[in-house]
Design a protein around this ligand. Structure first.
Ligand code: SAH
Length: 215
């Protein structure tokens, strides 16, 4: 189906807004252009898919604000040979963006419905290098580790130990850290030969990383 002029214009404005929030990486911008956020927002909020706002999805969760998705993706510095782990599939939008930049993406979600719907969407869109799994992401995926990049899209009080352990030497993890009901700090952790380096990137607001499986 071809897009209406209004939709084309809305998508152009969408990319313009993301650039104006400070995202400059051409590969990230081109991934944001290619993956249509509208496919990941359903029901009454679909009309607002190109607004720079988080929106409600099923299971009481949210699809993140697109400029935050872009900034986190840029901060992750993903390369074409990277194996990436995402914690918190949600709508699948962030994983779809990562799929354009990485060799392989594993995304994990504690709500079965969200993981199933996201996997269905990846299949429909032909995004064959993403696998969605149902599990408590705070334990990571020990059988598939180590990862070149890890992105956590729910807020933890501290970067979870198993995730730090599953990061390859030279690897990068981006994670929002802080109490769930306040503003959190987005942290970039780089693992080097001697240990871990931490950088504070910016204030963000995410739903909490919750233990165990959901409904
Ligand atoms: N990345 C998503 C937005 C994530 S919202 C997107 O692009 O749409 C955060 C998600 O993390 C929610 O869907 C929530 O259910 C999930 N989550 C929270 N704690 C989790 C855990 N311990 N393991 C896996 N997923 C978790």
């Amino acid at each position: 189906m071809s897009e209406t002029e209004d939709q084309t214009e809305a998508r152009m404005r969408f990319i313009y807004t993301i650039r104006s929030r400070g995202v400059t990486d051409a590969r990230v911008l081109s991934a944001m252009e290619k993956i249509d956020r509208k496919a990941f927002v359903t029901g009454i909020f679909a009309d607002r898919a190109y607004e720079d706002m988080p929106l409600p999805i099923a299971c009481g969760q949210t699809i993140s604000q697109p400029s935050v998705v872009a900034l986190m993706t840029e901060a992750l510095q993903v390369g074409p040979r990277d194996k990436v782990l995402e914690i918190g599939t949600g709508s699948g939008y962030q994983a779809a963006i990562l799929s354009q930049l990485a060799r392989r993406v594993y995304t994990v979600e504690r709500h079965r419905t969200l993981a199933r719907d996201a996997q269905r969407l990846f299949d429909e869109l032909g995004l064959t290098n993403i696998t969605a799994m149902v599990t408590d992401g705070s334990h990571g995926l020990p059988d598939i580790a180590p990862f070149d990049r890890i992105i956590v899209t729910a807020a933890a009080e501290d970067p979870p130990g198993p995730l730090l352990a599953q990061l390859r030497v030279g690897g990068i993890m981006v994670v929002p850290v802080g109490q769930s009901d306040t503003v959190q700090q987005l942290i970039r952790v780089t693992r080097n030969e001697d240990g871990y380096e931490y950088e504070e990137l910016r204030a963000v607001r995410f739903v909490p990383l919750v233990e165990g499986l959901g409904q």
